[in-house]
Design a protein. Structure first.
Length: 99
């Protein structure tokens, strides 16, 4: 949030604001559900019309999956994949923030 780099991670600024509001709220009122639905709709629309947002979101989700699910599981079962489970398709600064 404070640096305005949300879109480089494929996240809408409103998603971040909503998460902060939900963390600060004490009850799960119906207004929260309506706000969540409105942001989900805005996100779906943004993903359809903004290819850069869509690409950044996909890259970040894939990087998170490889780093937190695939690599640990492959190591646990003693397997490997060609090229390893390296996240080398995303810049180091974004990867550092994600991890």
């Amino acid at each position: 949030g404070k640096y305005g780099e949300e879109e480089s991670f494929g996240v809408l600024k409103k998603e971040c604001q909503q998460q902060q509001q939900l963390e600060n709220a004490n009850d799960g009122a119906s207004d929260d559900n309506e706000a969540v639905e409105a942001i989900e709709k805005q996100l779906a629309d943004s993903i359809k019309i903004n290819p850069l947002l869509r690409m950044n979101r996909a890259e970040c989700l894939l990087a998170l999956f490889i780093s937190t699910v695939e690599a640990p599981k492959m190591e646990m079962v003693g397997e490997s994949v060609p090229g390893g489970s390296m996240v080398d398709f995303i810049d180091a600064d974004r990867l550092e923030v994600l991890m």
